[in-house]
Design a protein around this ligand. Structure first.
Ligand code: ZN
Length: 261
């Protein structure tokens, strides 16, 4: 699943392979053509930026905005290398001198004017990027503080509070910080929030440097916690009922408000 670490790694690889080059831009299917991506054909890719899980490819006064959601992916190939998926699966294919990058699937691919970015309804509301070099930790803590009624695990997925964390690092960060994801923000100390956000950032940075670490709790319901040996628990959380994994021993006190039915 693509979280901020996946997107930042993809951005760096695409920029290294294609940045500064005039690209051939095509689409393999109606979805990409509907987004008008072929208007970028023959333009130079100036830079590739990220904000949380959003990828922004800048071509002079145009920006290609990509979000992979739960199922999309970016592939990078050498020119002429066989693809692992049919070319018709590519919403967009960006071909440079030696390499080709393609987005396959995902909920979002759209072409914007650079001037639209600041007032874009989704992008303008994003919270501080947890992986940004100057991550505003205190700003993020203040934003969480203002959502005092929400449970921590639910709030960590709200991209308006902090951008980049998805379901894996939500669960893993709470476990690393020994904070219970079911506790209301209003019942947590600032130090708990700081520790959790720093854990998310550290785990995601480690993932970028060395690949995704083996999870301690994510998708390990019923298995022993690697720290204390207690059984990892899991339950859906928040309005979207996203699953949260936690160790009731390392991360106590705090219980789910609702029992499983
Ligand atoms: Zn434990």
């Amino acid at each position: 699943m693509a979280e901020g670490d996946t997107i930042l790694r993809a951005a760096r690889r695409i920029e290294a392979a294609l940045g500064g080059q005039v690209l051939s831009v095509t689409s393999g299917n109606d979805r990409g053509r509907a987004a008008g991506v072929e208007r970028l054909d023959g333009r130079r890719l100036d830079s590739v930026d990220t904000h949380g899980k959003h990828l922004l490819l800048r071509f002079d006064d145009r920006v290609l905005h990509s979000h992979l959601g739960m199922s999309g992916s970016w592939h990078l190939y050498r020119r002429g290398e066989p693809w692992r998926k049919p070319r018709s699966a590519a919403w967009v294919a960006l071909a440079g001198e030696d390499a080709e990058a393609a987005q396959l699937g995902g909920p979002t691919l759209r072409l914007l004017w650079a001037g639209q970015l600041r007032r874009d309804r989704v992008l303008a509301r994003l919270g501080p990027d947890v992986l940004a070099s100057g991550f505003d930790l205190e700003g993020a803590v203040r934003a969480f503080r203002a959502s005092s009624e929400r449970e921590l695990g639910d709030a960590l997925l709200d991209q308006r509070l902090v951008a980049g964390i998805g379901n894996i690092f939500k669960s893993e960060a709470c476990h690393a910080a020994e904070v219970n994801p079911w506790r209301r923000i209003g019942d947590l100390a600032d130090t708990d929030l700081r520790r959790t956000l720093e854990a998310a950032r550290n785990l995601m940075q480690e993932s970028i440097a060395n690949g995704r670490p083996s999870p301690n709790v994510y998708q390990r319901a019923g298995a022993p916690c690697p720290v204390c040996g207690s059984r990892v628990e899991a339950r859906g959380q928040g309005d979207a009922n996203r699953r949260t994994w936690w160790c009731p021993c390392c991360q106590g006190p705090g219980k789910p408000l609702r029992r499983a039915s």
